[in-house]
Design a protein. Structure first.
Length: 129
């Protein structure tokens, strides 16, 4: 029996282009996981505060490392992204904005808003603005 090699193949990742709304949806799930993991860091900080000055000083020295600072800012961005996506879902719950053009516009607004909120938090935290 001969195998038919002249049949169509399914699209794969090199051919298929994921729409912006799909990328936003995946990112929303990833930020949810990041927020869950970030709670471990939050519990570490809270326990260091509760355990006295020596524990707090040790936590501060660990948190001053550049990688932990990056993780903290990633956590803050994930929080704002998750918040903005939640607002977008509230708009959907009303039953509006399901047209493709509107979905893409809101996705870009969501990305911009989460980035602006993160930068505003950075400016407020670093410069007291």
């Amino acid at each position: 029996m001969a195998i038919n090699t002249n049949r169509p193949t399914s699209p794969h990742l090199q051919i298929y282009k994921l729409p912006l709304t799909g990328i936003i949806s995946i990112t929303h799930r990833m930020t949810g996981v990041m927020l869950s993991a970030g709670l471990i860091l939050f519990v570490y900080i809270a326990s260091a505060l509760a355990n006295g000055p020596e524990s707090y000083t040790a936590m501060q020295s660990v948190m001053s490392f550049w990688l932990f600072k990056l993780v903290c800012w990633g956590f803050i961005y994930a929080l704002f992204f998750h918040l903005c996506h939640g607002v977008r879902h509230l708009i959907w719950d009303v039953g509006n904005s399901f047209e493709t053009e509107t979905l893409n516009r809101y996705a870009l607004m969501e990305l911009a808003a989460s980035l602006v909120l993160t930068l505003m938090t950075f400016a407020w935290g670093c410069y007291g603005l």
